[in-house]
Design a protein around this ligand. Structure first.
Ligand SMILES: [Zn+2]
Length: 255
């Protein structure tokens, strides 16, 4: 039973990784980006360090323990000690080294309704995250389907060093966001870095990623055309709370 769970999660995560890595999507090149999925209460699968999303192989998804990785967030280890801890977290000692960004995956996969995580360096989104308009893109919405797939607003994280520091910034930012808004983010924007989509299924992560890309393209086009006109906030809230939108989210496997 346990092995079945591991095999099916691995297959779904491989499929998600290959889709995110397709060159035509312009989400990641070379070793950019990483993915993960929860296997059970104790472990999850995460992309190996240095591997490519588009060509990811089964053995490049490493099964690691939550408790070992989450302990990193409570310690202040140097790079060498962090690398050792990443290796020690593997379920199988012969497995590849987990991604340096494994720690934020561990924390996100502990949140309610999050079973899959997809992190990419989307060109169209990074055009905004490398500009002074990042806050605007995170806090406002342009069209209804952006609200359905990406939530009424996104969590924006200031630039920090990828690794444990980024995981801590995401944890603190997520908790603040939840207190302020009363709902959890679906899309996390990392300034000067990229984005993270979280979801209950691999399909939800894809839907959020692709819709974020589309929203970014529209945002950039609207900026080029003059002043961006956002949806009024009460309309955003209305879409978010509407029953038929919940139904659409269910159909899209977003909830
Ligand atoms: Zn990254």
């Amino acid at each position: 039973m346990h092995d079945d769970q591991l095999t099916s999660t691995r297959d779904m995560l491989l499929q998600l990784s290959h889709e995110l890595g397709k060159p035509e999507h312009r989400l990641a090149i070379l070793g950019e980006g990483n993915t993960s999925a929860r296997v059970d209460a104790e472990t999850f699968l995460v992309k190996a360090s240095g591997s490519e999303l588009r060509s990811l192989r089964s053995e490049q998804l490493v099964q690691v323990r939550f408790d070992r990785i989450l302990a990193l967030l409570e310690q202040n280890l140097n790079d060498a000690a962090t690398n050792e801890a990443l290796l020690a977290a593997r379920v199988e000692a012969a497995a590849a080294k987990p991604s340096v960004e494994t720690s934020f995956h561990a924390w996100l996969l502990q949140q309610e309704g999050v079973n899959f995580v997809g992190h990419t360096h989307a060109i169209e989104v990074n055009k905004i995250l490398c500009s002074d308009k990042a806050e605007l893109f995170a806090s406002r919405r342009l069209f209804p389907d952006e609200i359905v797939c990406c939530g009424p607003r996104s969590l924006l994280i200031e630039y920090v060093d990828p690794g444990t520091l980024l995981a801590i910034a995401i944890r603190d930012g997520w908790q603040r966001f939840f207190q302020e808004n009363g709902f959890a983010p679906r899309l996390i924007l990392l300034r000067n870095h990229g984005m993270i989509a979280v979801g209950a299924s691999a399909g939800a992560v894809l839907a959020t990623t692709f819709m974020a890309m589309k929203a970014a393209e529209i945002f950039n086009g609207a900026c080029a055309n003059g002043e961006v006109v956002f949806m009024p906030e009460h309309e955003v809230q209305r879409i978010y709370s509407r029953q038929d939108e919940h139904y659409r989210q269910k159909m899209l496997k977003l909830v």
